[in-house]
Design a protein around this ligand. Structure first.
Ligand SMILES: C[S@@+](CC[C@H](N)C(=O)[O-])C[C@H]1O[C@@H](n2cnc3c(N)ncnc32)[C@H](O)[C@@H]1O
Length: 274
């Protein structure tokens, strides 16, 4: 999106002068929903982490495989996707409803630009249902109490909670483990968590420089080691094989060239609540 098109979005809350994670992610994925400030910071991140685009694509593909697994093999029909990102191909409802048209999906994000594009997320199959809620992951109680969430999701039936590439935007003081636990507490046994998280493990210099660039521009976050991520996200849950691995390795189906761990630098996993 060039900045003149920003007017078309016409949402007074959209601050195009500051970079935002959702729009930068869209830029990495080759989308059109980003502004000069987003591109400027994303280019700085790409300068220290040239593989950020590979990481974004691998993460998005992981999400797709995880949702297909849940719909096809685990029989999940309800999805709560927090940290949705800007609509791009392969949104959760498209994947889930291709398997089960009756699947219901609630999207949650705190970026006003995602809200401005929410209509694209609401194109449900007639048999299923989708909703978009503008809310912050750091306030799980508000998400769980939200009327639209409760209208679309039946909390007596298993739910897949998706926290894909969003937990690393929570600082330690945001208590990410508490946030995850509060959300999972509201879900019945047989529910699932899909989560992924950036790490500095495989490219310490590059990812640390990328993280610094984000922070300098006011986008806060913290990459974590795989064991820290696993503890925050999956404590007390049964991990689905292969467990917590680089997103590129989670039930990989592509026969294309395998990215290196340093290029991916994002861990992911899927786990079931007992
Ligand atoms: C990197 S994108 C991930 C998008 C999608 N989940 C995926 O993996 O393809 C991160 C998204 O999380 C959102 N986000 C960041 N912090 C958030 C918060 N505290 N509450 C809700 N959404 C948040 C951003 O606005 C952005 O849309």
């Amino acid at each position: 999106m060039d900045d003149s098109q920003a007017v078309e979005v016409s949402l007074s809350e959209v601050d195009v002068s500051r970079p935002h994670a959702a729009r930068m992610y869209d830029y990495y994925l080759g989308g059109k929903n980003h502004f000069a400030a987003d591109r400027e910071l994303a280019d700085k991140v790409l300068a220290s982490m040239p593989a950020a685009r590979i990481a974004a694509r691998e993460n998005r593909a992981f999400m797709g495989r995880a949702v297909r697994f849940l719909a096809e093999e685990a029989g999940i029909r309800q999805f709560l996707d927090i940290g949705t990102g800007l609509p791009t191909t392969g949104s959760v409802h498209e994947i889930a409803q291709a398997v089960a048209p009756e699947a219901r999906v609630v999207y949650v994000d705190n970026d006003p630009l995602v809200l401005a594009h929410a209509r694209a997320l609401l194109a449900s199959s007639p048999e299923g249902k989708t909703a978009y809620v503008h809310a912050d992951l750091r306030d799980p109680a508000a998400i769980l109490a939200n009327a639209e969430v409760r209208e679309v999701i039946d909390f007596d039936q298993p739910v897949a909670l998706l926290l894909v590439a969003v937990l690393h935007f929570l600082l330690d003081e945001d208590q990410p483990a508490r946030v995850v636990a509060a959300l999972l507490d509201a879900l019945p046994a047989g529910s699932y968590l899909v989560a992924s998280h950036g790490t500095t493990e495989h490219d310490p210099a590059g990812t640390a420089a990328g993280q610094r660039a984000y922070r300098r521009s006011g986008v806060t976050g913290r990459a974590r080691r795989s064991d820290e991520f696993a503890e925050i996200a999956f404590s007390g849950l049964d991990l689905v094989p292969p467990g917590v691995v680089l997103v590129s390795e989670w039930r990989r189906i592509s026969s294309g060239p395998r990215p290196t761990p340093a290029e991916v630098s994002v861990y992911g996993g899927v786990a079931r609540k007992r």
